[in-house]
Design a protein around this ligand. Structure first.
Ligand SMILES: [Fe+2]
Ligand SMILES: [Fe+2]
Length: 440
């Protein structure tokens, strides 16, 4: 049917005749009228976590894609969000860490001063390229693993998902930057690690198990390795690459630590389960200074939990530490023998006082510097003497350096020797075969 021009204009001018629309589905009873206000750091997740939207449920319905605070629908197919208890994955700092990750993105293309790379002796370039080959491989796993847990977590606990997504991006940058370093200075990728230790992270059956292994232990180790990388860097490009990557890793470690803390606070009965996860990678422990107090403490109070202990400039006698010139400063942290209650507490944890005759202790090496004013060498001497006198069948070694103190300002050559002795001790104590790369 032909419509003439006049009819057409008439139709356009007239109000359309629409059927009555039912928009009541847009009023499903969710909280309305919310007006989140930007805070000091902008409109962060903390600012929008208000009213009913801020309540991450202890137990989520969680079988659908429903965002927290939205109304649910009927007849919706389930998705595999089987991690629905808050404690399954929660970490109180997840949103803060996500916001920081977004703020501190960097580019391996433009934020690394690649122009500072200089030709290196062949063996140094090979060492750095092998290191970067290993790190590239590690970073694949560090991204793949959190990524694989994302679809299992309830959308109601979205802060955790955001954090994990930011971690995947961080790890992408890391593998990218280490690969670039291997290819940027006349070398290339060298030998793959063979995956043996890395499969372990992928095989974790539980999120907390994964987090304890990956975030706390694995990335704690990687962060130390990056700090060391910054220390041995041959130019500003390498320094910056390791520094930026270490900065990212500190977020990943912080997430894991706070996840374990959340479980200990809300599900204390899982304590020994967490302990078991952490035991996986503790055949040996090491610590320095106050960390030395910790590893001496583990050695003395729980001699069965590991096979080797390496204590650098460690405190062993908690009762007499405050009598040394630097000891007074530790009173607020460790307590004082002048208070009876604190005295009994200190006696309870003091490693030296817990050493018992006839106990089988792990292999031990204590290292100390004769010029250490902060933790005096007698702390290591006493502990080693007590352990040797205990009759333990395992080696108890003392390494004394007459050129060093607490650690700061130690010459690189001295550090290298100490590191070589430490690894020699660990390889021997754990019965690990040492194979130089060229001998494979
Ligand atoms: Fe990483
Ligand atoms: Fe990481």
């Amino acid at each position: 049917m032909a419509i003439d021009q006049q009819d057409r204009m008439q139709m356009l001018r007239a109000e359309p005749e629409l059927p009555e629309l039912d928009l009541s589905w847009m009023e499903p009873g969710t909280e309305w009228g919310v007006r989140a206000q930007p805070g000091r750091r902008g409109l962060t997740i903390d600012e929008i976590n208000i009213g009913s939207y801020g309540e991450a449920p202890d137990e989520s319905e969680g079988w659908t894609m429903r965002p927290r605070g939205a109304a649910s629908r009927e007849a919706v197919p389930r998705v595999a969000h089987y991690l629905r208890d808050k404690a399954d994955t929660w970490s109180k700092n997840a949103s803060l860490l996500y916001e920081e990750a977004v703020q501190r993105q960097w580019s391996s293309a433009t934020d690394i001063p690649w122009e500072t790379l200089r030709p290196l002796p062949d063996r140094v370039e090979r060492a750095m390229c092998q290191f970067c080959t290993f790190l590239t491989e590690v970073e694949f796993i560090a991204g793949d693993v959190p990524g694989s847990w994302l679809p299992k977590i309830s959308n109601e606990h979205y802060e955790v998902k955001l954090f994990l997504a930011s971690q995947v991006m961080d790890e992408a940058r890391h593998l990218d930057v280490f690969r670039k370093r291997a290819l940027a200075n006349g070398g290339g990728l060298l030998l793959s690690s063979g995956n043996a230790g890395l499969r372990f992270v992928m095989d974790a059956q539980d999120f907390t198990e994964m987090s304890a292994i990956l975030h706390v232990q694995g990335e704690g180790l990687i962060q130390s390795i990056f700090r060391m990388g910054e220390y041995i860097a041959t130019c500003d490009a390498e320094k910056r690459m390791f520094r930026l990557a270490a900065q990212d890793e500190s977020r990943h470690v912080a997430f894991g630590v706070m996840h374990l803390k959340y479980i200990l606070e809300t599900q204390p009965w899982r304590r020994e389960e967490i302990h078991a996860y952490l035991d996986y990678s503790e055949p040996a422990i090491q610590g320095g200074s106050a960390g030395g107090l910790m590893v001496f403490g583990v050695l003395a109070h729980h001699p069965q939990v590991c096979a080797a202990v390496l204590a650098h400039v460690g405190i062993s006698d908690a009762l007499r530490t405050e009598l040394s010139p630097n000891g007074e400063f530790n009173i607020t942290e460790f307590g004082t023998v002048r208070d009876e209650t604190q005295f009994h507490g200190m006696l309870g944890y003091s490693p030296y006082h817990a050493v018992k005759q006839g106990t089988t202790y792990p292999a031990v090496m204590a290292t100390t510097g004769m010029n250490d004013p902060r933790v005096e060498p007698w702390q290591s001497f006493k502990m080693v003497a007590a352990l040797q006198a205990s009759g333990t069948p395992n080696p108890v070694l003392l390494r004394v350096s007459h050129n060093t103190g607490h650690g700061g300002g130690t010459r690189l050559s001295e550090r290298d020797q100490q590191l070589a002795d430490s690894y020699t001790f660990l390889f021997a104590a754990l019965d690990l075969p040492y194979r130089p790369v060229g001998d494979r």
